[in-house]
Design a protein around this ligand. Structure first.
Ligand SMILES: NC(=O)c1ccc[n+]([C@@H]2O[C@H](COP(=O)([O-])OP(=O)(O)OC[C@H]3O[C@@H](n4cnc5c(N)ncnc54)[C@H](OP(=O)(O)O)[C@@H]3O)[C@@H](O)[C@H]2O)c1
Length: 272
């Protein structure tokens, strides 16, 4: 029997930790990386911790050879991305890179406009450093790029963003994905995604912040201190390609049900 290739999460932040947890549940040979493993990975078994820093080439050899990689921080700067990929990203190891839907250009448009739907064929802004890194990894190292919408979940709570006035009732469309669905899709993309291809990751239900604010006010009485200002119309991201390609049904298709659960388990802020 052949030993399965190791799977390394490059950067174990918010999403990385959810991927780690899921991979452990699936008994995958997972390792978690951090620039400060002793400080940031104290809850991960020591044998599964790796010190890795893209900016420190001496740490690159700490990765097992031929490992599958899920890259969960912005792929910049380009020169470092190139050097690291030449060192560590080669078949049979597969590579999934988390990008952002902010890669899609969508400037201007009338403010009351309903923005068009955006799929993976839409042009990306190659002037953005992280897009340059992602496109290099996709075209030279067969990386699978996930263009990820706004990530929410436990401890990343949109109701809290409204409570704190970080967002308000603008007409701008926002696209979101629950972190648990994102973690599933990262692992499925690694297993079933087309090498060198791009997939959008979103719940497929773009919403205006004004509508979210109205619903949140009605359900929880939470109102943003931020006034509605004139803002851009945003984007509407299609998620059809990844769901059909990897065969996945979202576990959190109902945004307000997910918020209900997140709010129910919310830890109140500590007041000193
Ligand atoms: N948040 C959103 O709504 C959103 C939306 C779309 C796309 N994205 C993208 O999705 C990805 C995951 O997001 P996230 O919010 O889960 O990220 P996150 O919590 O910031 O986690 C990324 C982790 O990567 C590690 N890291 C950062 N720079 C590094 C470097 N140079 N070398 C090695 N490790 C490094 C850091 O951990 P250590 O300090 O422990 O090393 C950090 O905690 C990111 O690329 C993000 O830009 C996020």
């Amino acid at each position: 029997m052949t030993t399965p290739r190791a799977l390394v999460i490059l950067g174990s932040g918010y999403t990385g930790r959810w991927i780690y947890k899921l991979a452990r549940q699936q008994s995958l040979p997972i390792l978690a990386s951090s620039r400060h493993p002793n400080r940031h990975l104290s809850d991960v078994e020591p044998s599964r911790r790796i010190r890795f820093d893209l900016a420190e080439p001496s740490t690159w050899s700490g990765l097992p050879p031929d490992a599958d990689l899920i890259w969960t921080f912005p792929a910049t700067p380009l020169e470092q991305v190139r050097a690291f990929a030449r060192h560590s990203c080669r078949p049979p190891g597969r590579l999934v890179v988390l990008g952002s839907t902010s890669a899609y250009d969508r400037e201007g448009g009338p403010l009351d406009d309903l923005p068009p739907w955006i799929d993976e064929a839409h042009p990306v802004n190659t002037g953005l450093p992280r897009v340059q890194g992602e496109e290099y990894l996709r075209t030279h190292h067969e990386a699978i790029i996930l263009r990820v919408a706004g990530i929410y979940g436990p401890n990343r709570n949109p109701v809290e963003w409204i409570r704190q006035g970080r967002v308000g009732p603008t007409n701008k469309f926002v696209n979101l994905i629950h972190v648990e669905d994102l973690a599933h899709l990262c692992l499925l993309a690694l297993q079933r995604g087309q090498a060198g291809d791009t997939y959008n990751v979103s719940d497929g239900h773009p919403r205006r912040w004004a509508d979210i604010c109205a619903e949140v006010s009605g359900r929880w009485g939470v109102v943003s201190a931020r006034q509605a200002d004139r803002s851009e119309s945003g984007k509407r991201i299609r998620n059809h390609k990844i769901l059909t390609h990897v065969g996945y049904t979202l576990q959190h298709p109902e945004f307000y049900d997910a918020l209900q659960s997140i709010e129910a388990h919310r830890q109140p802020p500590i007041r000193l």
